[in-house]
Design a protein around this ligand. Sequence first.
Ligand code: IPD
Ligand code: CA
Ligand code: CA
Ligand code: CA
Length: 263
Amino acid sequence: MARSAILNVMVQAAMKAGRSLARDFGEVQNLQVSLKGPGDYVSQADKKAEEIIYAELRRARPDYSFLMEESGVIEGVDSQHRWLVDPLDGTTNFLHGIPIFAVSIALERQGQIVAGVIFNPAMDELYTAERGGGAFLNDRRLRVSGRIKLVDSVIGTGVPHIGRGHHGNYLVELRNVMGEVSGVRRMGAAALDLAYVAAGRLDGFWENGLSPWDIGAGIIMVREAGGFVTDFDGGQDVIESKSIVAGNEAIQRALVKTLKKPI
Ligand code: IPD
Ligand code: CA
Ligand code: CA
Ligand code: CA
């Protein structure tokens, strides 16, 4: 399916930033790194990639607003359109030489996500989705997995880092899920976790405490691949609630129940 003009702009921005990340990944030991909080790193590579994305998107749509991980909010004349930008999802992986990281860009129109792009330059995998137009990995249309039983499923998750709360809750969630599924994976990049759900590689995913830039593109990717995404209570306003449960219909529903089981 042909991409819209705006999706092409997002793809160009993500690929340009991705190439910059790939170059920096080869020289990772020379990068300047600073701490934003306990366990929460940012490097020159994150900042450079964000500058590239900002310049590309700004040039194409000068009026749109931005919410970016490293620069925060930049209000444009048009507040109905907002870019959600994570220039490097998986900074910890990146800084440890683990090639599981991605650029993630989403576009919101009047609070609804209408397009998303996730690009993993190390694997040359480009995920794209537009509302009503399906989700794609490079040129291949995506479909969530067909497994319907938790016992057969592989589920992704994100473990809160040292500076984040919810650890007690997280251990209960993990124990509940571990007891019912075939395997649990922690890849370290939420945008890719969601892209993998869309691609049917993971049957489901859950994480708490994520930000709009981590999940904006991933949410539309999963939904356009025929999957379901809610918060931990089954609600649709995932970005607001910061908690996310994704998967095919059967696994997503079962996961929401399993996560909540009392000790
Ligand atoms: C992080 C990754 C990670 C998730 C963290 C995020 P960053 O994003 O998505 O998988 O567990 O909560 O903050 O900081 O590498 O862009
Ligand atoms: Ca970060
Ligand atoms: Ca992120
Ligand atoms: Ca990031």
